[in-house]
Design a protein around this ligand. Structure first.
Ligand code: DX5
Ligand code: ZN
Length: 221
């Protein structure tokens, strides 16, 4: 077992060609993507609008990989069931998306899905103190959410802190990092304890012929 064998790469389809999303999903699946990361934005919680549950349902038949749905929407509660029905495997919400984070995570679990919580760069780690028993994934944002292609914000200390907390639970909880991930920044976040790396620009920018190579470079294989 190589040191990086448990590192998973989650290409963000935000950087894919939206005019042919089905083909793009098939291509990143074949190129070795572990999760398919879907960035959902509402133009309210974040200053951009992307896709909704209908699009998740439309792309679902194109892959059997884990559909990792990152909700950057507020409120999130009214839409959890729709994303679950659309075929999400993991549904991740931000604590700021509603008044009752614990209840929202319970709802996701009750829908039979894995639950994630996402922390913006300025969100303190203490936000997750009392919900660790409910989460399957903690997402550390290393850019301010809203757009692909932004520069990585160095938050390795925060990642390492969360790794310690995950280890203390004794449970399997993904530690996902999202924003500005390149082969270089991937090394830093992996060293800090991350095991799932979201990458939009770094996977898609060189075109489909390079998807496999780009994913491999991020995984550090
Ligand atoms: C940002 C999204 C990210 C983004 C990552 O709001 O959550 O998933 O698409 O894009 P890159 O890898 O280009 O920083
Ligand atoms: Zn994301």
């Amino acid at each position: 077992m190589s040191a990086n064998s448990k590192i998973r790469v989650a290409p963000s389809i935000l950087s894919a060609d939206f005019s042919k999303l089905g083909e793009e999903i098939k291509a990143i699946d074949a190129a070795g993507a572990d999760y398919i990361h879907v960035d959902v934005m509402d133009g309210h919680f974040v200053p951009n609008i992307t896709i909704g549950p209908n699009v998740v349902a439309a792309i679902r038949p194109y892959t059997k990989k884990v559909m990792d749905v990152h909700l950057m929407i507020a409120p999130a509660d009214p839409f959890l069931e729709a994303f679950a029905k659309a075929g999400a495997d993991i549904i991740t919400i931000h604590p700021q998306a509603g008044p009752h984070l614990h209840r929202s995570l319970q709802t996701i679990k009750a829908l039979g899905k894995k639950a994630g919580v996402a922390l913006n760069p300025a969100t303190p780690v203490d936000e997750i103190d009392h919900i660790m028993d409910l989460v399957d994934l903690v997402l550390v944002m290393t850019v301010n959410p809203g757009f692909g292609g932004q520069a990585y914000i160095p938050l390795e200390g925060k990642i390492a802190d969360i790794r310690k907390r995950i280890t203390a639970t004794g449970r399997q909880i993904d530690l996902e990092v999202d924003g500005g991930i390149t082969p270089d920044t991937a090394k830093k976040v992996i060293a800090a304890g991350a095991d799932v790396l979201v990458a939009g620009t770094a996977v898609f920018k060189n075109g489909p012929e390079k998807y496999a190579e780009s994913i491999k470079a991020i995984r550090g294989a």
